[in-house]
Design a protein around this ligand. Structure first.
Ligand code: ZN
Length: 454
C-alpha cells in the first residue's frame, strides 16, 4: 500500500515538475516518494528481473553507465537508468518510479544506476546490485565531498556489504581505488591500461594521490595515464598496482573522434575520443565480462554507441565546427585539454566556468588545472561563464593570451565564432551549468537541438 502510494506520489511529482519545467524533474519525484515510503527503492529494485549495476567514481560514470546500458539493451533487455545526470540515490529512485506501473511494480530486466560516492553505501544496501563498479577517485570541486580518504572509507564500507554473488569491478590503475579493493575480503575484478605508448612520464602538477596509502611514502609512477591513474608502486614494497584481470593494450587515440584498444583478444573501437574514454570502455567491458557477455558481442555493440547525453557534442555554426565537452573538475579538465591540444591539435577555445551548486561553488580548483598546456598553442581563448573573470586571471598566470572575460553566453559565443576561421574546429570546454547556459544560446540560434530531442 505504502509503496503504491509512494510510486503514485512520485509519478505525479514527476509530471508536475516536467510541466512546470523545474529542470526536467529528475530527482524531485524520488524525494517525494522516499518521504512517503523510505523503502521504495529497495522494493522496486527487487522487481528487477536480473538485478542492478551501480557505478561510482569521480569521472566517467555517465559514459560508463551508458555503455553498460547499451550492452544490455543490445541483448534485448529492458533497462532502467538514471540518465539525466541525477546521480544521487534520489535520482535512482526517480528513474525507477518513472518506469513503475500503476500497481507500483517495476517491470524491467536490469537497473543501471550512477551513484555518488557519498550515497554508495545506502545504494548498495537498498539496491543489492549484481555488480558495483568503481572507476576512479579524484578530487572533485573542493567543496563537494570532503577528503579523498574519507570518501575511500565510505566506498570500502559500501563494497564490504555487497551480496555474496555480486562482483566488484574496479580500476587497478587508481591508487585510492586499488587500496579499497585490496582491503576487501573477496578479490575484485581488476581492470587497467597496459600501454606505455600512451602514458605520460610524470604526474600532472596537481595530482592528488601521490602517496602510499599504507606507509605515506611518495609513490613511484612508471607511467601515468589519466590524473593519478597509472603504473605505481611504493618504494617500501608494501603497496603496488594490482595486476589487472582485464588489461587494455595497443591503444589508439584519434582526437575527440574515437579511441581503440585491445582486450581479451578482441579490438574495441569506440566512437568517443580521449584516453579517459578508453577507461570507460574498458570498465564497461569488464562489467559485461562479469555478467557473462562474450567479448566479440561487446566489441560489436560498442562500435555504434553515441556520446552520453551532454558529455561531448559536435555542432556546426556558421561554417565552423564546435566541439562542446563537459569538463567538471581538475582531472577531467586536464584530460579534455590534453585531448583538445595534443591529440586534436586545437587552436580555438572557449572555456566556460560557472559556480552554481552543480559546478562547485568554490572555483579555486581552477588553479589545479594545467591551463599551461594552452600556452603558445592556442590562438584564441575566450573565458566564459559567470566566473569568466576568475578564469581570465588563472589564464594570465598560466601565460596564456586570452580575450577579455565574457560572462554573457551570447557574446562569448560571438567572440569565439568571430575568432575561429571558417572550416576550423573550436573547442568549448565547460563546467556543467556553464555548458547548459551556452547550449541554451546555441539552441536559440538553431545550432543545437534541445536536449529532449537529442
Ligand atoms: Zn608504502
Amino acid at each position: 500500500m505504502r509503496r503504491t502510494a509512494a510510486v503514485w506520489a512520485g509519478k505525479a511529482t514527476g509530471v508536475l515538475s516536467r510541466f512546470s519545467r523545474l529542470g526536467g524533474g529528475t530527482t524531485l519525484p524520488g524525494d517525494v516518494a522516499r518521504a512517503i515510503d523510505p523503502d521504495v527503492l529497495r522494493k522496486l529494485s527487487r522487481d528487477l528481473k536480473h538485478g542492478a549495476i551501480v557505478i561510482t567514481g569521480t569521472n566517467g560514470k555517465t559514459t560508463t553507465a551508458r555503455l553498460v546500458t547499451w550492452l544490455l539493451e543490445g541483448a534485448g533487455h529492458s533497462v532502467v537508468s538514471n540518465r539525466a545526470g541525477a546521480n544521487l540515490i534520489f535520482g535512482a529512485t526517480a528513474a525507477a518510479l518513472e518506469r513503475a506501473g500503476a500497481n507500483g511494480r517495476l517491470h524491467a530486466d536490469w537497473g543501471v544506476f550512477e551513484i555518488d560516492e557519498a550515497s554508495l553505501e545506502r545504494a548498495v544496501e537498498e539496491i543489492q546490485p549484481r555488480a558495483a563498479m568503481v572507476l576512479n577517485l579524484f578530487r572533485d570541486q573542493l567543496d563537494r565531498y570532503g577528503e579523498l580518504e574519507a570518501i575511500a572509507k565510505r566506498i570500502e564500507a559500501a563494497l564490504a556489504r555487497l551480496p555474496d554473488d555480486s562482483h566488484a569491478v574496479m580500476n587497478a590503475d587508481d591508487p585510492r581505488v586499488a587500496e579499497i579493493g585490496l582491503n576487501l575480503k573477496r578479490k575484485p575484478l581488476w581492470f587497467g591500461l597496459d600501454d606505455p605508448a600512451v602514458a605520460l612520464h610524470e604526474l600532472p602538477h596537481a595530482a592528488d594521490a601521490r602517496t602510499c596509502p599504507r606507509c605515506g611514502a611518495s609513490l613511484i609512477f612508471d607511467g601515468v595515464y589519466v590524473g593519478h591513474d597509472g603504473l605505481y608502486r611504493c618504494p617500501n614494497g608494501d603497496f603496488a598496482r594490482p595486476a589487472p584481470d582485464l588489461a587494455a593494450t595497443h591503444i589508439e587515440l584519434n582526437g575527440f573522434d574515437s579511441v581503440a584498444l585491445g582486450v581479451s583478444g578482441v579490438r574495441i573501437e569506440l566512437p568517443l575520443g580521449g584516453l579517459y574514454n578508453a577507461y570507460n570502455a574498458l570498465a564497461a567491458f569488464a562489467a559485461g565480462n562479469a555478467l557473462g557477455f562474450e567479448p566479440a558481442y561487446i566489441a560489436e555493440r560498442f562500435r555504434t554507441v553515441q556520446a552520453a547525453f551532454g558529455r561531448q557534442e559536435r555542432l556546426e555554426a556558421k561554417g565552423r565546427k564546435l566541439n562542446v565537452v563537459l569538463s567538471k573538475n581538475p582531472a577531467g579538465f586536464n584530460e579534455t585539454l590534453r585531448t583538445a591540444v595534443d591529440l586534436a591539435g586545437g587552436h580555438w577555445f572557449l572555456i566556460g566556468l560557472n559556480d552554481r551548486r552543480a559546478d562547485g561553488t568554490d572555483v579555486s580548483w581552477i588553479w589545479d588545472v594545467d591551463f599551461e598546456r594552452l600556452r603558445g598553442r592556442s590562438r584564441v581563448v575566450v573565458p566564459a561563464g559567470n566566473r569568466a573573470a576568475d578564469l581570465a586571471v588563472r589564464l594570465k598566470y598560466a601565460g596564456v593570451e586570452a580575450q577579455p572575460p565574457e560572462s554573457d553566453p551570447a557574446r562569448a559565443i560571438d567572440a569565439l565564432i568571430e575568432a575561429t576561421p571558417e572550416g576550423e574546429t573550436a573547442h568549448m570546454l565547460c563546467t556543467y551549468t556553464a555548458m547548459l547556459d551556452l547550449r541554451a544560446e546555441l539552441v536559440r540560434r538553431g545550432w543545437a537541438k534541445p536536449y529532449w530531442e537529442t
